[in-house]
Design a protein around this ligand. Structure first.
Ligand code: PLP
Length: 404
């Protein structure tokens, strides 16, 4: 052997923290037991049991996407892979894309579009953390004739919501574009109606609102999008992301590549739990949970980063007060309270996730208390009791909606 066995190998259990961290950041989020158990199984990816599972995953995903589209797929990869599958199948040299960028994730579509030879225009609102308004969209759409327009429903990186998404999709459609929407952090946390809003490709990840594992994502294409991608001249440059090839597995249970079986089983369970809860109740639970958390944060004396009119509920951004080291605070919080929250991509904010299993009352109390105490440790005395009381008041006022 020319390469020796690595030294000092330790079993995983001695690498992981002795008490698991409560994941209250921007994802991944905690997963239910049923999802964790499913993720521990491996079965034949082409057998009859898998056929049934794929059939169910597509039916349940259609409910979550609110679409009757036939072409629904799981994607072996992160949410970015589903984004790439959407964009790369609808673009090729000679086709133009308009990217509505409001932060890191929605901006990522531009690189993906350019990567398959699309001509790319990026529109970004002036300033930071601003949504696309209808006027901005009208102006941007008037600059050229676009084949594809991309947009995010909720921009996790800075905590804003594109509140005019339905109207903007409609405007883009009226001009003949196909519209790709990233609902990675928002799906099942707030209303999304793929068919009613005329969205052509909708993507989400496993590790956020669905409360499944990272690494298996979902995508749906409208019939119009599918008819367009079928007309692609030549082969798709990325073999794995070719939707026509992927449909062999997702449509006909034939081999494309070995499917990520445990992740698909996990997403099956995550979707089943969502169907059991119903979207209506889930939206209510997310709204109530996030509103209560926001009230608690403000009552404690902290400021939220985004104005209420376009604040994202799924990921709440908090301004870091002058003189506080956000990284040190988060580290203290993790070490002392076993609660993890997120920083941001260069912005002076902390982010607390409100997606799926994060929206449970025990998690809210734990994260808010840990936040207040960690600020105290960093030298800022907040009104912790007032914050906790404000959150509790909000939760009990509407407790019927809070299924724990
Ligand atoms: C809105 C949004 N889009 C895309 C992504 C990319 O997801 P992934 O890291 O799973 O590729 C994220 C991840 O946080 C996100 O929040």
């Amino acid at each position: 052997m020319t390469v020796p066995i690595p030294e000092q190998l330790t079993p995983l259990q001695s690498i992981l923290p002795s008490e698991p961290l409560l994941l209250m950041g921007s994802g991944p989020v905690p997963i239910p037991q049923a999802v964790a158990r499913a993720n521990g199984e491996v079965i034949n990816h082409l057998g009859p049991t898998m056929d049934k599972i794929i059939h169910n995953v597509k039916r349940m995903a259609r409910y979550c996407f609110q679409t009757r589209a036939e072409k629904v797929f799981g994607v072996a990869g992160p949410s970015s892979a589903a984004m790439e599958m959407a964009v790369s199948n609808l673009l090729w040299p000679g086709r133009k894309a308009l990217i509505f960028k409001v932060g890191t994730f929605s901006g990522r579509f531009a690189d993906m579009a350019a990567g398959v030879g699309g001509e790319v225009d990026v529109f970004e609102p002036p300033g930071t953390a601003k949504p696309i308004t209808i006027e901005m969209a009208r102006e941007a759409l008037a600059r050229d004739r676009y084949d594809v327009v991309t947009m995010v429903q909720g921009e996790t990186s800075c905590g804003i919501k594109n509140v005019h998404l339905p109207e903007i999709v409609k405007m883009a459609k009226a001009q003949g574009a196909l519209v790709v929407v990233d609902a990675v952090c928002t799906l099942t946390t707030m209303p999304m109606y793929m068919d009613d809003w005329q969205i052509d490709a909708l993507v989400t990840g496993g590790q956020k609102g669905l409360s499944s594992i990272p690494g298996v994502s979902l995508i749906a294409f409208s019939d119009e999008a599918w008819n367009t991608l079928k007309q692609r001249p030549g082969d798709h440059p990325h073999w794995c992301f070719d939707a026509r090839r992927a449909w062999r597995f997702w449509g006909f249970q034939q081999y494309h590549y070995t499917a990520p079986v445990p992740g698909i089983l996990a997403i099956h369970e995550a979707l089943r739990l969502i169907c059991e809860e119903t979207l209506e109740k889930r939206f209510d639970r997310h709204q109530l949970s996030s509103t209560a958390l926001q009230a608690g944060i403000e009552a404690m004396g902290l400021e939220l980063y985004v104005p209420k009119e376009y604040r994202l509920n799924s990921v709440v951004a908090i301004k870091i007060p002058e003189g506080i080291d956000g990284l040190a605070l988060r580290q203290y919080m993790a070490d002392t309270f076993h609660v993890e929250i997120a920083g941001a991509f260069g912005l002076p904010i902390l982010r607390i996730g409100q997606m799926g299993e994060q929206c449970r009352s025990q998690n809210l109390f734990k994260v808010l208390y840990a936040l207040g105490m960690s600020f105290k440790h960093e030298g800022l005395n907040l009104k912790i009791s007032e914050g906790m009381a404000a959150m509790e008041e909000n939760l009990v006022r509407d407790a019927d909606h809070f299924v724990d």
